[in-house]
Design a protein around this ligand. Structure first.
Ligand code: NAD
Length: 465
């Protein structure tokens, strides 16, 4: 570690200690306190709405509609849902008590974890910073949030608004790159909530393991779309293009690749090409609905995945302008470069399958379980077969990405696509410890469990069988 890193680590140690002292003194934060703080967060977001949308435009050329739908509006909605349900979520849950430990009452209390660290990525820099923060504060924790260095303008607005609204011992926002994360990860947190790539997820988990700090890892991967022979092709095409082009393909649950039934392959491709041409026109680079790739490094990486001889639409790019045209590539094989990594850009490779088993084998041949899988079929038994067989973080049938918009559904990965889930009550639970509290009565004290054990074993065997 360099001298600067040591200084940084010392600084972060003090900040974490400051939050821990406050947490120990104040916990558990009351319902009223949490409500006030969440309302303050809501007011702060409302007051900074236009700055956030402007910064999203500067960093990612994110269209205002998308910026509202997936970032600002998304977190405001999550906040409203949390404010509405918080009292109910906080209420201890009564559970039954088996007869052999009666008389007693049993409850589960959702208690805060303590001082939490949230590390967020670049692609939805507002929602993936604030959505976990809402859950962490609702559950009664204090929080340090680290924003992405790849979206510096959004990070600046977030840190200014968070740090001016909240006391640092309760919530603080840190802007910074790897060096900052490294200095943060040597601190003792009670929970680390990381959203980002699987590679960095491994680093976070290794560091956390040194102090046995529990982690939530919201990672990425290759999410397939399976378009079956009986699919409504027009709807499939519309929704796949929507899911793929949202945020210029830089979405963790974007359809990464398509598996289409052989019998409808050509019709599907023709309609896909038609849809892209209709939406983005002859000069997609001038279309305001298409954003830009976050930086030249990622633009160059994506451009190298395009095999021009396989392109059926698009294929153009401009690294300096961080531009990649909406692109579809057909006749793809598992060994192609584009199938070796998460694409994270507006390029859609297409493979075909003869039967469902072959489609499943292709998905299973890839190293990670996908974060999402999309099944397009009109047949309920096909929908049921594929959604049961595919090991994925989440499934949407006949749609893309929309499962994320339902706060009642847990959002998270499985296996290499992540650990743990959140959104709505699931986020509150993720940032809570489920504390068991058994309260026994003293008016009756059955002697069964106490020595001497003589003659009690046969009774025990009758009870426990
Ligand atoms: P990333 O992993 O490069 O960065 C995420 C965070 O980790 C950033 O705050 C960054 O500062 C930090 N970081 C980067 N390198 C680090 C290192 N070597 N050591 C410690 N910290 C480091 O991810 P990204 O490029 O910002 O985001 C894209 C990835 O995130 C994609 O893989 C995508 O699928 C995934 N993602 C997942 C979800 C989800 O909810 N599951 C959501 C969005 C993005």
């Amino acid at each position: 570690m360099s001298k600067d890193s040591v200084t940084l680590a010392d600084d972060y140690q003090q900040r974490v200690q400051q939050q821990r002292t406050f947490f120990m003194k104040s916990q558990p934060f009351s319902y009223t306190y949490r409500l006030q703080q969440l309302k303050l967060l809501k007011q702060t977001i409302e007051a900074n709405k236009s700055q956030l949308i402007e910064a999203l435009d500067t960093d990612l050329s994110k269209p205002e509609f998308e910026a509202y739908l997936t970032e600002v509006g998304f977190v405001l909605n999550e906040l409203s849902d949390t404010l509405k349900h918080l009292k109910k979520w906080m209420k201890p849950k009564k559970v039954s008590t088996p007869y052999f430990i009666q008389p007693a009452k049993s409850h589960i209390h959702a208690t805060p974890l303590g001082v939490c660290l949230i590390i967020s990525p670049f692609n939805y820099p507002v929602s993936l910073c604030l959505s976990p923060l809402i859950a962490a504060l609702a559950a009664g924790n204090t929080c340090i949030v680290k924003t992405s260095e790849l979206t510096p303008n959004v990070s600046r607005v977030l840190s200014t608004m968070i740090n001016s609204a909240f006391a640092p011992e309760y919530v603080q926002c840190i802007e910074g790159d790897v060096e900052h994360v490294t200095a943060l990860l040597v601190q003792k947190f009670d929970h680390i909530f990381f959203t980002g790539s699987s590679e960095v997820g491994k680093i976070v988990m290794q560091q956390a393991a040194k102090q046995l700090t529990p982690v939530t890892l919201e990672l990425g991967g290759k999410s397939p779309c399976i378009v079956c022979a009986d699919a409504n092709i027009d709807i499939a095409v519309k929704r796949i293009v929507y899911g793929k082009m949202l945020n210029t393909g830089q979405t963790c649950v974007a359809p990464d690749y398509v598996l289409v039934a052989d019998s409808i392959k050509q019709e599907f491709i023709d309609k896909l090409v038609g849809r892209i041409n209709k939406l983005y026109g002859n000069e997609p680079s001038k279309n305001p609905a298409l954003g830009r790739i976050v930086n030249q490094r990622h633009t160059s990486r994506i451009s190298e995945l395009i095999e021009q001889e396989k392109v059926v639409v698009g294929g153009q790019f401009d690294i300096e302008q961080r531009y990649i045209a909406p692109t579809v590539m057909a006749n793809i094989e598992l060994s192609d470069a584009i199938m070796q990594q998460e694409i994270f850009g507006p390029v859609l490779p297409i493979m075909s399958f003869t039967d469902h088993d072959q489609a499943l084998q292709i998905i299973e041949a890839l190293p990670a379980h996908p974060l999402a899988a999309y099944i397009f079929s009109e047949n309920q038994s096909t929908q049921s077969l594929l959604s049961t067989k595919i090991q994925a973080g989440g499934i949407a049938i006949n749609h893309c990405i929309q499962h994320l918009a339902n706060p009642n559904l847990p959002f998270g990965g499985v296996g290499l696509s992540g650990i743990g889930s959140y959104h709505g009550k699931h986020g509150f639970d993720r940032f809570s410890h489920q504390k068991s509290v058994l309260s026994a009565s003293t008016w009756l004290d059955l002697p069964l469990i106490y020595p001497p054990y003589k003659h009690k074993l046969s009774l025990l065997k009758k009870m426990f069988k």
